[in-house]
Write a protein that binds this ligand. Structure first.
Ligand SMILES: Nc1ncnc2c1ncn2[C@@H]1O[C@H](COP(=O)(O)OP(=O)(O)OP(=O)(O)O)[C@@H](O)[C@H]1O
Ligand SMILES: [Mg+2]
Length: 299
């Protein structure tokens, strides 16, 4: 009544008021008509987003798989390219096994033979054999799906272990070695075999560089330090002639060598290893001596 502005008193007597209850449709038809396309739009948006998300996930999975495959193939091709490197890394232990076996034979001819010396030589041979096996092992890991084994390594230990391996070779080449190891343990995350490989390459470069100078002047200094920026540094400095002018800018490129029997791979392999450890390898050879610096990040 209120709605139609009618006064109750003005109704004729006997008039009956009947109420009509409109249905939901009648009352809300406009809202329903408006809501319907909105709901339709929203559901199609949700379905669309779901499909897009599914596609995105599938694409991401495919991309990850492709990346892994590319990474594996690039490792394989790197190894293909570096087939020389395999020979290079195996040549060192094999040469020293041969040298040690020959010295052992010479010692056996003495009478009486120096059994202690012979025992040491046999130990060296066993160590070199393990090193060769380690090289093959690492290459296999590099070729496989997984990354090479990275663990906490103590760099002073790596230096000592490397020197133990080539002790007899350094003596044979009349090279004196000074060790300046930092007193605290110098821990980095890495692969001890590969880091040894880097050190061996640097030490052999140093000794090769000094081969033509008088025996008394052939010296290598190996130093380990914890830098103020947290990097762990291992350096090999020699008293040789410095990097030859011809290779000064290209020493790290594969197959660049000034040696008759060099492969020119030592520095390039070593830098690859350093970078795989998140570190760097530099050689400062402008002066009359060469200093190679390996820097590795904190674990
Ligand atoms: N300590 C050094 N003193 C003088 N020259 C060096 C030194 N280190 C590297 N070089 C120069 O850099 C070149 C490249 O070194 P790298 O170790 O890559 O190859 P290589 O020693 O010639 O051969 P490989 O290591 O494969 O047997 C060497 O041929 C040499 O001329
Ligand atoms: Mg070399």
């Amino acid at each position: 009544m209120q709605r139609f502005d009618l006064d109750q008193d003005r109704l004729p007597p006997g008039a009956e008021i009947l109420f009509y209850d409109p249905g939901v449709w009648e009352e809300y038809w406009a809202a329903i008509l408006l809501a319907f396309p909105i709901i339709l739009l929203q559901s199609s948006t949700i379905i669309g987003l779901g499909v897009l998300e599914k596609r995105r996930r599938r694409a991401a999975a495919e991309l990850a798989q492709q990346r892994a495959e590319v990474a594996r193939l690039s490792r394989v091709s790197q190894l293909g390219e570096l087939s020389g490197a395999i020979a290079h890394e195996l040549k060192q232990p094999l040469t020293s096994i041969l040298m040690n076996a020959e010295s052992g034979r010479a010692l056996l001819r003495q009478s009486p033979p120096d059994l202690r010396e012979i025992a040491e030589i046999l130990e060296d041979i066993a160590n070199d054999d393990r090193r060769a096996a380690g090289v093959i092992d690492n290459l296999r890991k590099l070729l496989g799906e997984g990354a090479p084994d990275f663990q906490p390594v103590e760099l002073n230990d790596v230096v000592r272990a490397t020197l133990r391996l080539i002790r007899s070779e350094l003596i044979a080449r009349s090279v004196r070695t000074d060790l300046k190891l930092c007193e605290a343990a110098l821990i980095a995350t890495g692969n001890a075999e590969q880091l040894q490989q880097v050190l061996l390459n640097l030490i052999f470069n140093a000794t090769d560089g000094m081969a033509d100078q008088p025996r008394k002047t052939r010296r290598i200094s190996i130093e380990t330090t914890l830098r103020t920026d947290g990097m762990r540094e291992v350096s090999v400095t020699d008293t040789g002639p410095g990097l030859p002018e011809a290779v000064r800018d290209a020493a790290f490129q594969p197959f660049v060598t000034t040696k008759a029997h060099g492969m020119g791979l030592g520095l390039s392999i070593s830098r690859t290893i350093a970078e795989a450890h998140g570190g760097q390898l530099h050689v400062d050879g402008a002066a009359s001596k060469t200093r190679a610096i390996l820097a590795l990040p904190a674990p």
